[in-house]
Design a protein around this ligand. Structure first.
Ligand SMILES: Cc1cc2nc3c(=O)[nH]c(=O)nc-3n(C[C@H](O)[C@H](O)[C@H](O)COP(=O)(O)OP(=O)(O)OC[C@H]3O[C@@H](n4cnc5c(N)ncnc54)[C@H](O)[C@@H]3O)c2cc1C
Length: 444
């Protein structure tokens, strides 16, 4: 008989997972708290966008939907840093054709829901999970309109219900799983740079734009309709914080002082400022990520992180791929879930560590000439000896190397580069044969 699977949450990870599980031939029922967003008229531009990188693509490819997603993706080959005077510095991400991709959160979500349904998954909307009976493998839902209760009984339950997961909450309450939430001192707000005339992009669409300003920063990624979704990350309180931006005068002054070129192309800045929410950011840790053979967590429900490496969704997509591989490997579901928890947890921790680290890189270091020089040296060496050196950003964004392994390799590289950056006249000799030889000698 076909295995019956209940998936909770039809967000990015739940909808991809439902596609994976239906392609495995399981009978898949997905329960989503929200209404069906496909009934809303969502334009390509007005939604938040996300950076999709190699491990996300690998997961999409394994289930055969990468080509569909590519149609709604914009390649991003480099960072462009904007200084206070509007001067630009370009920094290529990887090798010539290596790119991360900007995709609309809602378009990719809707596309995957469509594909999951085409493959036989059933999605029930307005169904909020309110409880889990782990002994009986039952998920209990309340309809948000009718308040009617539904009980879904299945062979196993997949919790893909995001950072504030009800499934995880029940694991913590009833099974005493470990749990920790750390909110960071920075909040964020999304703003939109509109398209120019005839949907013209007002900045380079194939770049991630960053306005690094020390303890706060703005960044922007292109949408398909010529606009850019921008995110301001700033402290809650203190200097340059959200707390200080209470009226039109203070908001406009802040933007003209810190982000002049941005403010010149956003005519309705204050209107957006008041209409768009200010949101919190945090890191969630929990363990284990499963219970026996009946329940498992994927995506943000297991490892929500801060968005500074653009890896939260990518890591969640990787969870789907790894779970699928383990279901292939194990007949025994409990063994499969055990291995999943064990191998994914260090990578969940890894993506969180990398995300916090990249925040410091983006807000402080991308404006630091020494950091930019260090990256130039690393790139030069890595081009010359690709088998010896792959920069950390490339390992994370352009390979499927486990996050935890990438961190270890990155630490070694950082130590080597500390020595190199102390070499006499390094800013003059950075691309010399001597410098390359010195790096090589430090590796081996
Ligand atoms: C500002 C910002 C920028 C980001 N940028 C990137 C990026 O560039 N690249 C990247 O890889 N990641 C990025 N992320 C992270 C990414 O958004 C998340 O990792 C991703 O959305 C996780 O997907 P998910 O399906 O696990 O959770 P979600 O997308 O949150 O989906 C969870 C789903 O479960 C539903 N749900 C919740 N509770 C219940 C319940 N009780 N019952 C039923 N359904 C429920 C929700 O309605 C939702 O549909 C960013 C995050 C933020 C905040």
């Amino acid at each position: 008989m076909k295995k019956q699977i209940t998936i909770i949450g039809a967000g990015l990870v739940g909808s991809l997972c439902s596609l994976y599980m239906s392609k495995r031939g399981y009978d898949v029922n997905v329960f989503e708290r929200r209404r069906d967003l496909r009934n809303d008229n969502i334009s390509a531009g007005k939604s938040i966008n996300l950076a999709l990188s190699k491990r996300g693509w690998t997961a999409l490819e394994r289930v055969g939907v990468d080509k569909d997603v590519m149609k709604i993706a914009i390649p991003v080959y480099k960072r462009i840093m904007h200084d206070k005077d509007g001067n630009l510095t370009h920094q290529q991400y990887g090798k010539k054709d290596e790119a991360i991709y900007s995709v609309s959160r809602s378009l990719i979500n809707l596309l995957m829901m469509d594909l999951a349904e085409k493959n036989g998954a059933k999605i029930f909307f307005n169904e909020k999970c309110v409880d889990i009976n782990f002994e009986k493998t039952q998920a209990i839902f309340e309809n948000t309109n009718t308040k009617k209760t539904t009980i879904s009984v299945s062979d196993f339950i997949i919790g893909a219900d995001g950072a504030f997961s009800e499934v995880r909450k029940k694991m913590v309450e009833k099974l005493k799983h470990e749990y920790r939430y750390d909110e960071i001192e920075h909040d964020y707000k999304e703003l939109l740079i509109p398209a120019g005339e005839n949907n013209k992009y007002l900045m380079d669409k194939n770049a991630l734009h960053i306005w690094p300003r020390g303890n706060f920063m703005l960044m922007a990624l292109a949408n398909l309709d010529g606009s850019f979704t921008c995110t301001l990350f700033a402290p809650k309180t203190g200097n340059n914080s959200f707390e200080k931006l209470k009226d039109q005068k203070s908001v406009e002054k802040y933007f003209t002082k810190n982000f002049l070129d941005f403010s010149q192309i956003v005519p309705d800045l204050y209107e957006q400022w008041t209409n768009n929410p200010t949101s919190k950011l945090g890191i969630i840790k929990t363990y284990p990520w499963h219970n026996k053979n009946n329940t498992i967590l994927l995506g943000d429900s297991a490892h929500a992180t801060v968005p500074f490496y653009g890896q939260g969704m990518n890591c969640g997509f990787e969870d789907c791929r790894i779970l699928d591989e383990l279901l292939e490997k194990h007949e025994n579901i409990e063994e499969c879930f055990n291995e999943y928890s064990q191998i994914r947890k260090p990578n969940g921790d890894g993506v969180q560590e990398l995300s916090m680290h990249n925040f410091i890189v983006m807000r402080d270091k991308t404006a630091d000439p020494n950091f930019l020089l260090q990256k130039k040296i690393e790139n030069k060496f890595s081009k010359k000896y690709p088998e010896l050196w792959q920069p950390l950003y490339s390992m994370v964004s352009f390979t499927n190397i486990e996050y935890s392994k990438a961190i270890k390799i990155g630490e070694k590289q950082e130590n080597i580069m500390k020595t190199i950056m102390q070499e006499k006249d390094i800013h003059l000799n950075w691309d010399s044969e001597e410098t390359m030889k010195k790096i090589k000698s430090l590796i081996t």
